[in-house]
Design a protein. Structure first.
Length: 115
């Protein structure tokens, strides 16, 4: 199993970014996928999730209305579209795939929201 995130960077408040997570080594279309983020000194928090069947999404309250998670099963990729970014959105964003016995994580991509 391999998850590779990309798309992070430095953006001004109010700006937008699109994160991508390319998955391999498992049947991507059969797995629920999630995005988490982590800042130093805090636990990793769930930002958004999308189911394998039906593409049902869920979001942390702090990002509702600003972030959108989506997936392209043909490309084995999950995305996180982030709009109206705030300084408190700064952190390392991780892609997650949960299996019965363990979680798999990517290496993370840094998002910094600052003027």
């Amino acid at each position: 199993v391999q998850l590779v995130e990309s798309g992070g960077g430095l953006v001004q408040p109010g700006g937008s970014l699109r994160l991508s997570c390319a998955a391999s080594g498992f049947t991507f279309s059969s797995r629920n996928m999630r995005w988490y983020r982590q800042v130093p000194g805090k636990e990793r928090e769930l930002v958004a999730g999308i189911t394998s069947v039906g593409g049902i999404t869920n979001y942390a309250d702090s990002v509702k209305g600003r972030f959108t998670i989506s997936r392209d099963n043909a490309k084995n990729t999950v995305y996180l579209h982030m709009n109206s970014l705030k300084p408190e959105d700064t952190g390392v964003y991780y892609c997650n795939a949960r299996f019965t016995n363990r979680d798999y994580w990517g290496q993370g991509t840094q998002v910094t929201v600052s003027s």
